[in-house]
Ligand binder design. Structure first.
Ligand code: SF4
Length: 325
């Protein structure tokens, strides 16, 4: 559907849980009180909401979390959403650790793409950032997905000054001999991320070009979201950037988010949206559900206010694990 600013909204990121097997320093508290499973949306409710999305031409779905693979019924969720009439693409964002187990049940026909969050290749830095888990498990997940023939695999690397910025070249090199896209993400000043310093895209570009040669823009569309892609000399894969702070992309925003608690967020930075869970628990009709979603999207904010102290909208204070990134 088209929002009040003429933007085509065709993509929804749905968080199916805010549970996670990691505790990334910019995402959630070390002692994060895990929300009990029963507070998460049921598969039936997720299907109802995604069916409503499809009727509004929102046809691309990203399954996120917390860590979505923590849900025992994740394969069922992916398959059910993929089978909804009108849904074109279902992709997943994961830290990769549980991928080998889950991909036993899922085929590349059902899952159109996998984004693996990997902020470090160094065991100590990985531990310092995630506070749990091992980088080798995440890399095993990557290799398992590649060996199982999943295409459209991307690495999400949030670059944080003083934590992993020394590894930019090494992480980019994952795309040298693998046909994957390594995307460098600017940290956004929300929740725990406010305690960390971003490394601007231009700095990363300078480092990569000094080390590997010129970054050449890629033409074509390689994903659902705002990433811009480049090729480096002799690289099999691509390098991408998602730079919401230094290269604001709100004028072409195409997405909404559904939190694990069932709140439809129309902009990452603000609380604007509608509580779909209560509507579903009150057994509203599908037509009413569609109407509530449409009205919320028609009031979607113009863009974030990360770089300004004033905004007419109520700022989001929940941490990223509750929003789904
Ligand atoms: S900050 Fe809001 S408007 Fe901007 S790209 Fe993100 S979701 Fe879209």
């Amino acid at each position: 559907m088209i929002d009040q600013f003429g933007r085509l909204i065709d993509y929804a990121r749905i968080s199916v849980t805010n549970s996670c097997n990691l505790r990334c320093v910019y995402c959630m508290a070390e002692k994060n009180e895990l929300t009990s499973e029963k507070l998460h949306l049921s598969v039936e409710h997720i299907i109802q909401i995604c069916t409503a999305f499809a009727s509004l031409d929102i046809r691309k779905i990203k399954i996120t979390g917390g860590e979505p693979l923590m849900r025992k019924d994740i394969a069922d969720i992916v398959r059910s959403v993929k089978n909804i009439d009108g849904i074109k693409k279902v992709t997943l964002t994961t830290n990769g650790i549980l991928l080998p187990q889950v991909l036993e049940d899922l085929s590349s026909r059902e899952l159109d793409g996998i984004n693996i969050s990997l902020d470090s290749l160094d065991a100590n830095s990985y531990k310092a950032i995630t506070r749990r888990g091992s980088v080798n498990d995440s890399l095993s997940g990557l290799n398992f997905a590649l060996n199982r023939g999943f295409s459209n695999i991307k690495i999400n690397c949030v670059v944080i000054e003083g934590l992993n910025d020394q590894e930019i070249e090494n992480i980019a090199a994952l795309a040298f001999d693998k046909n994957i896209a390594v995307r460098f993400i600017e940290i956004m000043p929300m929740g725990f991320a406010k305690q960390h310093k971003l490394v601007p895209q231009d700095q990363i570009v300078m480092r990569l070009e000094k080390h590997f040669g010129q970054l050449v823009p890629c033409s074509g569309n390689f994903g659902n979201g705002p990433a811009v892609y480049y090729k480096l000399p002799d690289f099999c894969g691509k390098i991408g950037f998602i730079s919401a702070v230094s290269h604001k992309f709100c004028t072409s925003c195409n997405r909404v988010r559904l939190t694990a608690a069932g709140h439809l967020k129309t902009c990452l930075h603000f609380r604007n949206g509608v509580d779909l869970r209560t509507l579903l628990e009150n057994k509203v009709s599908q037509a009413e559900l569609i109407c509530h979603i449409e009205n919320a999207i028609l009031q979607k904010p113009v863009g974030h206010a990360f770089c300004s102290s004033f905004s007419e909208y109520e700022e989001e204070f929940a941490d990223m694990s509750h929003i789904g990134g």
